[in-house]
Ligand binder design. Sequence first.
Ligand SMILES: N[C@@H](CCC(=O)N[C@@H](CS)C(=O)NCC(=O)O)C(=O)O
Length: 218
Amino acid sequence: VSALELYSYYRSSSSFRVRLALALKNIECRYRYINLRPGVDEQQAEDFTHLNPQGRVPLLVDNGLVLSQSSAIIEYLEETYPQYPLLPVDKKRRARVRQLVNIIACDIQPLNNLAVLNYLRDKQRADENGVKHWYQHWITQGFNAVESLLQDAFYTGEFCCEDSPGLADIYLVPQVWNARRFGVSLDGYDKITQIDAACQTIPAFITAMPENQADALG
Ligand SMILES: N[C@@H](CCC(=O)N[C@@H](CS)C(=O)NCC(=O)O)C(=O)O
């Protein structure tokens, strides 16, 4: 019986990444749901912030280890559960995968997180149109680079790295889901949308989709 617990929110793209790693590796895990919906804000409740002082999901608990940050969690899972390795063997391919991952994890998602959007609304007096443009801008900037890297046939196959889904796909698919949610046009992102479509046919990706989570609000 697995002792793993993941604190997750269905629409959180960082939680989605960890759900994908768990599903691809076929790791049993118990889910705890933190509702980030504005006005509910369970991430700010004391019984959660005493576990994660940053007040964010995902958060993994494993026999006394309490770990936030999706990249740290996924690396821990990769090192603990070697089945279905998420990184390729070749050093150059691993480097390319990490490059794609970092564009999304460092240069797109942090600018579009809920706390940042709320700051724009509350402290910078941005209206909804301004917030939407901000959101779209950082996805477009990042996806332009991702698309151009994915055009390189040496690395890219049916998926971000060759012909099986791995770490880069785990970051890409949740970011594409966010882009669609916020009405970002995906025209011209041919490789990104082809890879996303290929992932949508894989059972692990279907299991991890936001709409298939027990806390999806319909
Ligand atoms: N760098 C963190 C980002 C985590 C993060 O931004 N989580 C968001 C949801 S995707 C969150 O919990 N936001 C709550 C808030 O902003 O109040 C990771 O990769 O885990």
